[in-house]
Design a protein around this ligand. Sequence first.
Ligand code: ZN
Length: 155
Amino acid sequence: MSDHGAATADGMPLRELYQEVIMDHARKPHGYGLTEPSDAESHQVNPTCGDEVTLRVRTDASGGRVETVSWEGHGCAISQASASLLFDVIRDLDREAVDARIGAFRTMMQSKGSIDGDEELLGDAVVLAGASRYVARIKCAMLAWVALEDALTRA
Ligand code: ZN
């Protein structure tokens, strides 16, 4: 996904496709609803936009592996879609793999649109790359990922 101006097979511009994926996730978020048991929770607020995300992490007995995450929140489409996309990417992974994905996501969001994102690590979450061009949107997109990072310090 290197060319944002490229068209998909059915002629839809990639940017519109990305927009559609974001709206789909915002409308029908994956992993929504806090679940038990969990090992740690983090609540993050983005005051500039009014976004809120509460995210829970469940690890295995050793704490070395993230089994699943769950979350609740409200706010703009980007913040909610980002949490939903995170849920799809961060499950049944060891901590190192989770850290790599958080790092890859942050690098993408800090790139001001110059990095498309590593699809192998981030899956559909690369659709948020375009949002990194808008400074005000970076916090929206990062919110759930910061919550995950924060929760993991206590998991
Ligand atoms: Zn927002």
